[in-house]
Design a protein around this ligand. Structure first.
Ligand SMILES: NC(=O)c1ccc[n+]([C@@H]2O[C@H](COP(=O)([O-])OP(=O)(O)OC[C@H]3O[C@@H](n4cnc5c(N)ncnc54)[C@H](OP(=O)(O)O)[C@@H]3O)[C@@H](O)[C@H]2O)c1
Length: 285
């Protein structure tokens, strides 16, 4: 029996594998990767590697075995993800895995913005598969914001189209810890966890945090979703992705990413990482 993590060389997957290595022997962990060169350190530590691409279903058999616990980390190619995730679900079903955990989106079926569409279809495919499952409905990462700090510092502005909307974000490491808790614990079958940070913050507040910590003047430059979309396309973001991201801003304004049910801190047994801590870490470089 193995604990299998797909997307293991991504930002979240790496943190999950690191967390698993603290709890279970390396030879009980399988990392599903596209490129073994990105995972040589894991192989050196005794983690089994399986090479597979969600786009090539024939590469998936052998990744999973009967009784395995699997974490399907959602793919990063928006628009391609339904068939990709279906291929993983089919392979997990064929193998007879004991648990399929999936990184979904906060709100699940109630999330009424376009980025959630593929997650909703995937959740349905998982429940239809009859496999024992856990849905990890992840809210936003702190890093969605702190990874763009250099642009904020350069322009002296946090540009956004979420109005007074708030985001209950948490660090990727918090979501990874939740996945580790589910994969190594008992009694999670059939659960859908609404995972988010303990505190929701607004963008003016975020600008103040960055200003305080950087010693620079930073304002919140609130724009409309249409303006936001054209700023993104002007910066080279492809039109469909820019539209999706502008739609997320509007969803934030409607309060779709501000839920603070406390399920993430309960699962990980500690408070989630405040956005100010992630800003400090990002400024340290
Ligand atoms: N909650 C949030 O705020 C938030 C933000 C961004 C993304 N997400 C979602 O959460 C996921 C994990 O986040 P992350 O930060 O770890 O993203 P990430 O660093 O982009 O990692 C994505 C992982 O998916 C793998 N992957 C992508 N396409 C694949 C394919 N066709 N076949 C096999 N593997 C494939 C990548 O493989 P390689 O390592 O080979 O590239 C990578 O390991 C993302 O993919 C996305 O669905 C959530």
């Amino acid at each position: 029996m193995s604990i299998v993590v797909t997307g293991a060389t991504g930002h979240l997957g790496r943190l999950v594998v690191e967390g698993l290595l603290e709890k279970v022997p390396a030879d009980q962990i399988t990392a599903v990767v596209r490129d073994t060169a990105k995972a040589t350190d894991l192989a050196d530590r005794g983690v089994r590697l399986h090479v597979a691409d969600y786009n090539r279903p024939e590469t998936l058999p052998g990744a999973f075995a009967a009784g395995d616990k699997v974490l399907l980390i959602s793919g990063s190619e928006v628009g391609q993800r339904v068939p990709q995730h279906q291929a993983v679900i089919d392979a997990a079903k064929e193998a007879g895995v004991a648990l399929l955990a999936y990184t979904s989106i906060l709100g699940g079926p109630a999330a009424d913005f376009s980025l959630a569409d593929e997650h909703k279809v995937t959740e349905q495919a998982i429940t239809d598969s009859g496999l024992p499952y856990v849905l990890l409905r992840n809210g936003w990462y702190n890093e969605n914001y702190t990874e763009n700090l250099s642009t904020v510092l350069e322009h002296g502005a946090v540009v956004g189209a979420a109005g007074e909307g708030r985001v209950a974000s948490a660090a990727r490491a918090d979501y990874a810890a939740a996945a580790v808790a589910v994969l190594t614990g008992e009694g999670h079958e059939g659960k859908a966890y609404e995972l988010s940070g303990d505190t929701a913050w607004g963008f003016a507040e975020y600008a103040e945090v960055v200003a305080r910590q950087s010693g620079k003047e930073i304002v919140y430059g609130a724009v409309s979703p249409a303006e936001y979309q054209s700023i993104l396309t002007g910066a080279g973001v492809p039109e469909p992705l820019a539209a999706t991201l502008a739609d997320v801003e509007a969803a934030i304004e409607r309060g779709r990413l501000d839920a603070t049910p406390g399920e993430l801190s309960r699962l990980i047994g500690r408070p989630t990482t405040p956005i100010a801590d992630s800003v400090a870490a990002a400024l340290k470089g």
